[in-house]
Write a protein that binds this ligand. Structure first.
Ligand code: NAD
Length: 442
């Protein structure tokens, strides 16, 4: 019997999701949207992927992956299960669910740039229909779903919670992590109304092992920010500890390893040459911006940002000092940067501190090369330009550089070979545990 207290649209939607006849629309087929697409296909749903990038869409429709850690075979299998990608937003009425996974960067003033989310919503809106659930997954400040998306749906004449359902469910993808994947990472979900939340739980329940409901979209939005701010602040703390330990001639990595033996109350974070990736250097400032509306300052966020963004300069200071001790200047020295992806074993270069290191070195007159097995050619980036290819790491090549700057500790590097042949190594990742005459820790 039909539950009269529930809108008929919700009953139909949840029953289609339950029996997996619902079609899932994933909008934005990037690092977040593509794994989610594959998960829904694996769970037995037909998925329609929508993206503005025609080249990506063509590759996906040929059953090919364009992201290194995502297997092409999984895309081919999804294609067999009916997955199709398109650039045609007029098809937005076909899916029962529309899940938005588009970028949320900062603008030149380090303020939230919601243009991708809003452009996507505006492109979908004319083609949406009653009975759909719209979920925003892009990381953003609390209030975005309520203040930006809800009024847009209402302007189309929909009543949110009756005709259409609106939720925020942050993504927690961790590319390259072998221990957790889309199905096994619990997913937080908040709805604009109780009916919206019910639609959200029905949407994610069949694909994700554990869905964690929260009372509002704002709570879900702030949950994601808390997670990333927690990381940014703790990385800032450990970077500051590194500078202090270095001045006191103590090895911070030894200290972290020892502290991590405490079985409770301590979580190890590791210092590095700066923050990288699409999330940790950017997301906290979404809250900084929104907090201003409430007359509040986010002091921890800003302090961590200050410390973390100073790290590349601190590392360059170490390179300069180490060269100086060997009677050389940065100007004219040959420098090999090892690892230019922002973290170990991935090819993603977004916000990578290695690029900043390379730029500072180049601006100081060094002759800069790089080696990264995951990035064979230095990619075209909006603000950075290097016309370089990854160099082969053999003994004579390693020995030909004045300094090797270890920025990202990929597993594929032969650290013994590097140690054996490098004149000088500046190690920002604590790879070389014991003191060595040619290794400087930074
Ligand atoms: N990458 C991660 O590990 C990660 C983890 C958690 C959360 N997030 C968040 O998820 C969101 C998406 O990040 P991502 O890493 O997947 O980005 P991405 O750049 O890898 O992918 C975004 C995709 O959206 C497409 N796109 C851009 N504008 C569009 C539009 N108007 N309509 C349709 N498609 C459009 C792009 O072509 C691209 O394929 C961001 O808010 C990010 O902060 C990312």
């Amino acid at each position: 019997m039909r539950d009269e207290s529930k809108p008929a649209t919700l009953e139909q939607l949840t029953s289609r999701l339950r029996d997996r006849t619902a079609v899932i629309g994933i909008v934005g087929l990037g690092y977040v949207g593509l794994p989610l697409t594959l998960r829904y296909a694996e769970a037995g749903f037909r998925v329609l992927g929508i993206d503005i990038d025609g080249a990506k869409v063509d590759r996906l429709n040929r059953g090919e992956s364009y992201i290194k850690h995502i297997d092409g075979a999984a895309i081919a299998r999804a294609r067999e299960h009916g997955f199709e990608a398109t650039t045609d937003f007029t098809r937005a009425g076909e899916p029962d669910a529309l899940v938005i996974c588009v970028p949320t960067p900062l603008n030149a003033y380090r303020e939230p740039d919601l243009s991708f989310v809003l452009d996507t919503a505006d492109a979908l809106l004319p083609f949406m229909r009653a009975g759909q659930v719209l979920s925003l997954e892009s990381t953003t400040y609390p209030g975005t779903t309520d203040e930006e998306l809800k009024p847009r749906l209402e302007s189309r004449g929909f009543t949110v919670g009756r005709d259409v359902f609106l939720v925020f469910s942050p993504e927690r993808e961790d590319p390259g992590n072998p221990d957790f994947h889309t199905r096994t990472i619990p997913k937080v979900c908040g709805g604009v109304t109780p009916a919206c939340l019910e639609a959200g739980l029905a949407l994610y329940g069949p694909a994700i092992d554990r869905v964690v409901p929260v009372s509002s979209t704002r709570a879900a939005e702030l949950t994601k920010l808390l997670e990333n701010i927690h990381r940014a602040v703790n990385i800032g703390l450990v970077n500051e500890m590194k500078v202090i330990a270095d001045r006191m001639d103590i090895d911070i990595h030894e200290v972290i390893r020892a502290a991590a033996t405490k079985p409770f109350g301590f979580t190890p974070y590791y210092p590095g040459p700066g923050l990288g990736g699409h999330c940790i250097p950017i997301d906290p400032f979404y809250l900084t911006w929104k907090a201003r509306e409430f007359g509040l300052h986010t002091r921890f966020i800003e302090l961590a940002g200050e410390i973390n963004s100073d790290m590349p300069h601190w590392v360059i200071g170490k390179v300069t000092d180490a060269l100086n001790l060997r009677g050389r200047s940065v100007m004219g020295s040959r420098v090999l940067v090892l690892g230019i992806a922002y973290k170990k074993d991935v090819e993603d270069m977004r916000e990578s501190p290695s690029v900043e290191l390379m730029e500072i070195l180049r601006d100081k007159g060094a002759l800069v090369d790089y080696a990264d097995p995951h990035v064979p050619v230095f990619p075209r980036m909006r603000e950075h330009r290097f016309d370089l290819k990854s160099v082969e790491l053999d003994a004579p090549t390693i020995a030909s550089y004045d300094v090797v700057l270890l920025a990202t500790a990929h597993s594929a590097f032969d650290y013994d070979l590097i140690r054996q042949y490098a004149k000088l190594i500046v190690d920002t990742r604590g790879v070389y545990l014991t003191p060595l005459p040619n290794v400087v820790k930074a």
